[in-house]
Design a binder for this molecule. Structure first.
Ligand SMILES: NC(=O)c1ccc[n+]([C@@H]2O[C@H](COP(=O)([O-])OP(=O)(O)OC[C@H]3O[C@@H](n4cnc5c(N)ncnc54)[C@H](OP(=O)(O)O)[C@@H]3O)[C@@H](O)[C@H]2O)c1
Length: 272
């Protein structure tokens, strides 16, 4: 695994996403055995960085992640756990209770990273950050960040946060360069902010092409692994693919070890 070093932290460049673990927008208990198997497989493979949210399966994703971690007996301090507050919970009291609820569901004493999941119309970032700053001061969350924030909102967040914004989590893949075009990637790279790429394999709908296939063949890798290796070859960029398939879970983890050449990176970057 490769790590990104930032402010005395070493964060695995490939983490494990949990959207659809535990259900979609509401809990789907029929899926628990499949979801738990995916989480156990991720922990056994060696993932130590997990991304969840109160919104995922209405909290059930957090419950299952906490359960799988407790069962694994892996020490909490060796893991990096991110959760997110939902856009309808951005008022002061709601942020505090959302965080308490996430910690209760995960059965953890703190989160490594707490993000505003999406901006909401009419949100008051100053008020939201009053609560987030309190959580950080109390040690309930170690680091603060945002998700799906454009440049203007990211800069506003920096102004309101008492601690440096650790990341902006946004969609990024070979086929989705929207956060390059809007200037967020460049800003993050210049300002020591992690750029966390979500949906890195286009939610499973990734399209292949001949360039991708020939690079994959040269590395004896899959095209999905090359897509992930390309993402994390970029400064300050990390990613959190999700999979329920143990073969893909291992492939995604091992993608961190693929060393693309400068020419390959350029070829893939141009193709977008
Ligand atoms: N902040 C936000 O607003 C936001 C939004 C979306 C997602 N996220 C986070 O980012 C994570 C990842 O994004 P995502 O789940 O939307 O999309 P994704 O990781 O791009 O795609 C997941 C899908 O791709 C398939 N897949 C994964 N690895 C594969 C591989 N090596 N080969 C073939 N297929 C593969 C999986 O199917 P199998 O199960 O069959 O492998 C799954 O259906 C989420 O789980 C969530 O934690 C955050």
């Amino acid at each position: 695994m490769k790590y990104e070093s930032i402010r005395n932290l070493k964060i695995p460049r490939i983490g494990f996403g949990t959207w659809k673990i535990g259900g979609g927008s509401s809990p789907d208990l029929k899926m628990d055995s499949v979801s738990m198997a995916a989480l156990r497989s991720a922990l056994e493979t060696g993932y130590t960085h997990f991304d969840t949210a109160e919104m995922y399966a209405d909290g059930h994703s957090e419950e299952l992640l906490g359960r799988a971690i407790r069962e694994s007996n892996i020490p909490r301090e060796s893991l990096f756990i991110t959760s997110k507050v939902t856009p309808s919970h951005l008022k002061y009291d709601a942020v505090l209770s959302s965080c308490e609820n996430s910690l209760r569901r995960l059965q953890m004493g703190y989160l490594d990273l707490y993000l505003i999941h999406w901006p909401s119309v009419g949100m008051k970032l100053e008020e939201t950050f009053c609560a987030l700053n309190k959580l950080a001061r109390e040690g309930k969350v170690r680091h603060l960040g945002v998700s799906n924030f454009n440049l203007k909102l990211l800069k506003e967040s920096q102004a309101h946060s008492e601690t440096p914004i650790l990341t902006n989590q946004v969609p990024y893949s070979l086929s989705d360069r929207s956060y390059v075009k809007n200037g967020v990637l460049d800003y993050c790279q210049r300002n020591d902010i992690l750029f966390t790429a979500y949906s890195p394999v286009d939610e499973g709908r990734m399209r292949s092409n001949s360039a991708l296939e020939s690079i994959a063949k040269a590395h004896q890798a899959t095209v999905h692994q090359i897509a992930l290796a390309w993402i994390i070859s970029q400064p300050r960029v990390i990613t959190i693919p999700m999979s329920a398939n143990p073969v893909h879970i291992a492939e995604n983890f091992n993608a961190a070890d693929i060393e693309l050449t400068g020419g390959e990176i350029e070829q893939l970057s141009k193709a977008g």
